[in-house]
Design a binder for this molecule. Sequence first.
Ligand code: SF4
Ligand code: SF4
Ligand SMILES: [Zn+2]
Length: 262
Amino acid sequence: MDIDIIELSDRKARFVLSGVSTAFANGLRRSIAAEVPVLAIDDINIYDNTSVLFDEQLALRMGMIPIKGDMKIFSLPEECSCKGEGCPSCQVSFTLSAEGPKVVYAGDMVSADPGVRPVDATIPIVELKEKHKVVVEAIARLGTGRRHAKWQAGIASGYKNMPIVTIEKCDLCGKCIEVCPRNILKMNENTVKVTDIIECSMCKLCEKACDIKAISVKADIGSFIMTFETSGAITAAELAIEAAGSLKKRSDQLVEKLEPLA
Ligand code: SF4
Ligand code: SF4
Ligand SMILES: [Zn+2]
């Protein structure tokens, strides 16, 4: 297996994964989307809410705020030594107390752990009018996207096969260059060149435009361009490492179960 990183920032990653099956690439995509635990607000105690939002709407909005922090120091409630009762190892509490007129933002939530806070302080929660109040305690716990989208650290996670564009016996008419929607075909001296193969969508418009069938577009079935973004709860690099670790952990468990039967 080979990995060639094309783009890596805190919130986005793009890489070419070669020498693997479609099932493996899809397993990694699913692991990125659904198997990496991050913190999200899971329980809420509403002491006062005279805003225009129902309690349930307020809870839903707060639940969907991405939370960042060092996820490794927390345990999943079901794996914690407190057996899910709730302790500093498996939960963090936030308090929110505000009175209108004002817009209440994620940054107004006060965390009991200074290392754990909303990814973006400017996410609006509710607009309070004169004398409207919200007084809330919210409990954040680890969870995975498999249980609920609020715990989904990986977003827009997808892959496509690596395109292969071959040009042979071209008469330089230039028709394929005109129709390419990604603008990646260029005339170069006495030939047509692909300037950025990663950007090719495999739409095959170039093939259709070529009267003499000089250009062909195929998919490399053992090579994939993977792209994903994160909610900001953890970095893209951390997410990829944790997702691959989750795949490995589950395949190790499968081997452990099957070994006695061999
Ligand atoms: S398949 Fe589509 S995107 Fe790719 S080179 Fe041909 S026209 Fe351009
Ligand atoms: S359409 Fe065919 S012949 Fe014309 S430039 Fe493209 S590959 Fe060459
Ligand atoms: Zn605990």
